[in-house]
Ligand binder design. Structure first.
Ligand code: COA
Length: 330
């Protein structure tokens, strides 16, 4: 029987510096009122200039491993989902592997924008089911402040930095990842992209995010309901069986529009974007962590994760929450 990927530990890291809407209003032509009304965001965290993506990943990973009660030497695969690695190579996952002393682990970075963490969950679930891996560490981490155009009010108010991690272990029993779906539409790639640095840029910017907000909004509200319906249906269940939906934390209006389209109650939806903004690949693992900390996940609960982002890409996963009934070592 194929093993199921069960979440046995989770952790997060948020940099200490808080950037409020009022702080942004002092930098660009915006206001706290506009940002709250259009996005639901009140503040976000910003990494220190010398704080690296790998360091943030390490803090979240250590938290998750501590909770799982396992040694880093037992991990056999590390996947780091990020759009903001410190460098093109070596992979953040390899820097993390060394920092953790995960001497038996392979590691790679996964690039799927804000969908990266759910993509990584799907890859890990597959590796566990195939018997390729037994203990997988997944981290979603971003230092988006590094690629922000701080003079563009249509993007700089949306994003923040942070990291979230989970440990997955192969096990038998009802809990674990039940189904996943992945999607991509590269024809919309230009709608959300990293513009490379140009030497004669009048503002002296490095590579920075450009986005067509309205079209990304429409895309998100279209793909979220269909991805959630798909994973629920694949598991032979229905939307009403879901105890909690953890959507990508991009914009409260997107979450509300997607829930309305699905006929899913907002009370069963998790949101923390007012405090962190959009942390891209880190948003879902941070939210998952906080949902667990706040007691919103009980053993046996069905929880769906759904994300969308650059690519364009989207992904969803359906999880039966609960600690492993029986640990399988092989
Ligand atoms: N403060 C004040 N005004 C702003 C502003 C800001 N930060 N950003 C844009 N505006 C202005 C625009 O210039 C425009 O002015 P105009 O009418 O004079 O041209 C007006 O507000 C409305 O802009 P619009 O883009 O239509 O607003 P919106 O309601 O679509 O909200 C977003 C903009 C970006 C908040 C919204 O489109 C969005 O969230 N899109 C999805 C983005 C996203 O989630 N990306 C990440 C995906 S992983």
């Amino acid at each position: 029987m194929a093993l199921q990927a069960q979440i046995v530990g989770w952790g997060k890291y948020l940099p200490s510096r808080v950037l409020t809407n009022d702080d942004l209003a002092a930098m660009v032509d915006t206001s706290d009122e506009w940002i709250r009304q259009r996005t639901g965001i009140i503040e976000r965290r910003i990494a220190a200039p010398n704080e690296t993506t790998a360091e943030m990943a390490l803090r979240a990973a250590q938290d998750a491993l501590r909770m799982a009660g396992i040694s880093s030497r037992d991990i056999d695969l590390i996947i780091v989902a990020t759009a903001t690695p410190d460098q093109e190579f070596p992979a953040t996952a390899c820097i993390l592997q060394d920092a953790l002393g995960a001497s038996r682990a392979g590691g790679f970075d996964l690039s799927a924008g804000c969908s990266g963490f759910v993509y990584a969950l799907a890859m890990a679930a597959g590796a566990i089911a195939a018997g390729m891996s037994r203990l997988v560490l997944i981290v979603g981490v971003e230092k988006l402040s590094r690629i922000m155009d701080w003079s563009d009010r249509s993007t700089c108010v949306l994003f923040g930095d942070g990291a979230g991690a989970v440990v997955l272990r192969g096990g038998e029993g009802p809990s674990g990842i039940l189904s996943t779906t992945l999607g991509a539409d590269g024809s919309g790639g230009d709608l959300l992209a990293l513009r490379p640095k140009v030497s004669d840029d009048p503002n002296g910017r490095g590579p920075y995010i450009t986005m067509d907000g309205r079209r990304v909004f429409k895309f998100a509200t279209r793909v979220m309901p269909s991805a959630v319906s798909q994973v629920v249906k694949e598991a032979g269940l229905s939307l009403s069986d879901l105890q909690l939906l953890i959507p990508h934390q991009a914009n409260q209006r997107i979450i509300e529009a997607a829930c309305e389209a699905m006929g899913f109650p907002m009370e069963r939806t998790f949101s923390n974007l007012e405090r962190y903004g959009n942390t891209s690949a880190a948003s879902i693992p941070i939210a998952l962590c906080e949902a667990a900390e706040e007691g919103r996940l009980a053993d046996g609960d069905l929880v769906a994760l759904v994300s969308f982002g650059a690519g364009l890409s989207w992904a969803a996963a359906l999880i039966r929450w609960g600690r492993a009934e029986r640990v399988v070592w092989y």
